[in-house]
Design a protein. Structure first.
Length: 250
């Protein structure tokens, strides 16, 4: 007899488990805000760093202060000039007037900051590097936000720029009169000479008006400005003699 073919029993199939697809967590308002702040801060840091590096070889075309004054007055007087074309006594004079330890610090004068804290608002503590940072990258004013940004950018500028570059940029962007920016425009406006022909007294007078260029005059100095200029002349000679001008002079 022929054997009957038995049907093979179908293999039982185990139910396959589907991998759980992770549900993307929705970002709440606070997470979105944190993301936006973090991204904006990163862009700001990278953009500022790129400008600092760029300005080692490219002269800043304009600053917020120059732009604001140009908008207010209609025009400003400014002409960029290389440090080699400026009388050396001019650089020494602004250092003597604004930051006698310019060659000795890394952007902040700790002793001046301590003295300013002890004397309240009667005395400033900003170094030339800090003032350059404020003029080139930030804006005028006394807000804490600007101060914090200034404190953050200053070490980067000190690390990337040379002291010669810092003083060169400072001398070209500093406000030295109503609508007058930079030593080239100031020398012509006040004394009718180029920046390379400035005498020791003329350079000291320009440095003497820096704290308040709109209310002080280098060409028609008050008794107070003249006295300050005399002290600056002595200071400029001192820092030349003791080596505190070596970092920005050949």
């Amino acid at each position: 007899m022929a054997k009957r073919k038995t049907k093979a029993k179908p293999k039982s199939r185990r139910p396959t488990r589907r991998r759980a697809v992770p549900v993307r967590e929705r970002r709440g308002p606070l997470r979105w805000l944190g993301f936006i702040v973090l991204r904006s801060t990163t862009i700001l840091i990278l953009g500022t760093l790129a400008l600092i590096i760029l300005y080692t070889v490219v002269n800043p075309p304009i600053t917020h202060t120059i732009w604001a004054e140009k908008r207010r007055l209609g025009d400003v007087d400014r002409q960029w000039v290389a440090l080699e074309e400026i009388a050396p006594v001019m650089a020494r004079s602004v250092v003597a007037a604004e930051d006698a330890k310019f060659c000795l610090h890394w952007g902040f004068d700790v002793d001046a900051i301590r003295a300013a804290m002890e004397n309240g608002a009667n005395r400033g503590a900003s170094t030339i590097t800090q003032q350059t940072v404020k003029n080139v990258f930030l804006w005028q004013g006394r807000s804490w936000i600007r101060k914090l940004l200034e404190a953050a950018i200053t070490p980067a500028v000190e690390a990337i720029w040379s002291k010669r570059r810092i003083i060169e940029v400072y001398l070209n962007v500093a406000e030295m009169g109503e609508g007058v920016f930079g030593v080239e425009a100031a020398a012509r406006s006040a004394f009718g000479v180029g920046p390379d022909a400035l005498s020791g007294r003329q350079a000291a007078l320009l440095a003497a008006i820096l704290p308040a260029p709109k209310s002080r005059s280098a060409s028609k100095p008050s008794t107070r400005v003249s006295q300050r200029a005399a002290a600056i002349m002595d200071g400029a000679a001192t820092i030349q003699a003791d080596g505190r001008a070596s970092c920005f002079e050949d």
